[in-house]
Design a protein around this ligand. Sequence first.
Ligand code: TMP
Length: 213
Amino acid sequence: GSAAFSSRGAFILLEGLDRSGKTSQCERLLAFLTDRQIPAEIWRYPDRRTTVGKMISSYLSKKSELDDATIHLLFAANRWEKREEMEARLRSGCTLIVDRYSFSGIAFSAAKGLDLDWCKAPEVGLIAPDAIFYLQIPPEIAAGRGQYGEERYERLSFQKLVAKQFENLMNDDGRWHVIDAQKGIDEIQRHIQELSLPVIERCHQGAPLLDMR
Ligand code: TMP
């Protein structure tokens, strides 16, 4: 729309298991919004480019070992170090399509057995998403989408535990949308587009930025 610059951009989050199709859906959503002259960009977590991100990347590729609490806090720190920039981008009117965020942080660590409230605590005060699309897929199906790589966490038994944690985090506050990730890529995208546009519109009209709580 032509009123696209009146106020802030929307924070649109895609979450899901490894191989649920988040990344291609993010790319398609970006192309769709860009086509409609809606300023948007893709952000992804972990952001492996920062100093903290490099530590995370080394851990994920098993080049280094860290205990569960420490890596949890590094993932959270990797979001905190981008908080200010994220707020500035949103306030400049840019919609952010975000590939993983706090819910991955909480789900993956809680799946290891860390206390759920402890896992949530470092996320409080980060900017909260305006809409969350959870690409739901049975872990067995995700695992069957080509071989998992060598990265940590890419094991079916662990992904099953993560899926349980994700389902546990969803609530009915109106921001969560469960998307059947077994549908076709175009159908999924249309669904995400239809649900995103009104959210973007609300944000452009001045809906306040939310904090994680
Ligand atoms: P990626 O494959 O999307 O780059 O994510 C890397 C892995 O890190 C993936 O298995 C999910 C996991 N992860 C966490 O454990 N905690 C987090 O906070 C985030 C963002 C990802």
